[in-house]
Design a binder for this molecule. Structure first.
Ligand code: SF4
Length: 74
């Protein structure tokens, strides 16, 4: 059964390259400052999400298990 994950973006690290939005536009978007935000604070685990998270060159996206609060990434 897929885990429920909590997402957050460290906007101090984000370099605005747009990769997360490109790979998972339903989950991430660049805002008016061209910094990434998670459109949904919590989401069921899926491949597209992990592709985006792991593609971030500065590991700005943090992932926590919503049920256990275990830090899963970075
Ligand atoms: S992939 Fe990382 S650096 Fe690029 S826009 Fe998303 S959070 Fe920012």
């Amino acid at each position: 059964m897929p885990r429920n994950l909590k997402l957050s973006v460290d906007r101090g690290l984000c370099t605005s390259n747009g990769l997360c939005e490109h790979l998972a536009g339903e989950i991430f978007q660049l805002d008016g400052y061209r910094l990434a935000v998670a459109k949904v604070p919590q989401i069921e685990e899926n491949v597209q999400l992990w592709d985006a998270v792991e593609s971030c060159p500065v590991a700005a996206i943090s992932v926590v298990d919503a049920d256990t609060d275990e830090a899963l990434y970075p």
